[in-house]
Design a protein around this ligand. Sequence first.
Ligand code: EPZ
Length: 416
Amino acid sequence: MNCFALSGGRRLLGEITVQGSKNSALPLIAACLLNKGKCVIHDCPDLSDVRAAVDILNCLGCDASFSDGTVICNSSFADKHIIPEYLMHKMRSSVIFLGSMISTLKKAILSYPGGCEIGARPIDIHIESLKKLGVDILECENHLTCITNGIIPERIVLPFPSVGATENIMLVAAVSNGQTIIENAAKEPEIVDLQGFLNSMGADITGAETGRIIINGVGTLRDTEYKVIPDRIAAATFMCAALATDGEIVLNNVRCDHLDAVTNALRKSGAKIQENKSWMSIKRGKYFSGIGSLETEVYPAFPTDAQPALTACLAVADGKTVLREKIFTDRFRHVPYMNNMGADIKVFGDTAEINGVSELKGDMLLAHELRGGAALVIAGLCAKGQSTVGNINFIDRGYESLEKTFRSLGADIQRI
Ligand code: EPZ
């Protein structure tokens, strides 16, 4: 089993370029099925999830490849409608293929998706929405069989602005006969990017940034070439790591407007953040303190995916922070490891009370999910002495060579 071995206590200093967004790239890759032609997507991060998504395209009969950050897919001959179980289990986003498979192939057979263990992750909102759009869905022994004779455009009001369900509805309705409206839709930047990608193929979709998405179905889509947005969660992770280690870094390839909730929270801790159009710099200011209270919520509020990194960062700030996790039910699995390192974090249900300590000490750590794993790396980087972080396959799902990025900033971290 691979793990990271790291020796903490070095300030992170220097300049890095942030990878393209994982959570944008994955639905875009699924959308490649829709145009029955060629798609070229640049700036896709080199991650196991991205490679799994490309494998799924090939399983469905596409001719897809990934190299040097670019996915190229020709979906002209896609004709298979089954995603094998081992690919479904590799990642949660495999469920996003449902929308494009139904739209293009009129049939999809898949098992329930895998993904990080961060609490219950049902897909009931996806299923109910697709049923409303005229898809027959049979759920049987962990498998879903979905068939349609044609999409029936509808007005769909989501009970919760689920990112994945919003993406699936957009994918199903983009090529259809009539107007579909999604009310209470997710409005994360990744949704806006999917709208941009589909429109670049000739779709007619508006409102992705508003929570009310209007999809005027079109008959066919054309070839396209597109660039994925920068990864706001990777950027937030590096910002937290810089503060935790009392470092000073410059991040290139960022969309500062996508990071407002993160920069606001970190500024409360005393961080000095300079923002420009596509880069930002961050370091500690005159003080480095807890931030009072904060809740994770849907965009534009503070993102759940950045909560573990923020926890690691504030574990070594002066004073108290109360963090409430409102999106996922089990996203504090990194906390017991941090407490073994000397942190003082108490978890009560969905809330963590962090009382900052002056120092952490190195320890043997185990990632249980992607973002919690990255948070443990941050804790190790600012701790005194040696740490190891195991189960780094979780971390590889979302960060492109995390150890190389941290090494380029002066960290002592090796993959062994
Ligand atoms: C996306 O997951 C992201 N994944 C997650 O990032 C992110 O944490 C999440 O959105 C929230 O921002 C990808 O984009 C690949 P949701 P998704 O549907 O689409 C409940 C990471 O670390 N829900 O918005 O699965 C659900 O249980 C990952 O990069 C239902 O109840 O998120 C959760 O509590 C982790 N029924 C909440 O909604 C449903 O049918 C948010 O889920 C769907 C969701």
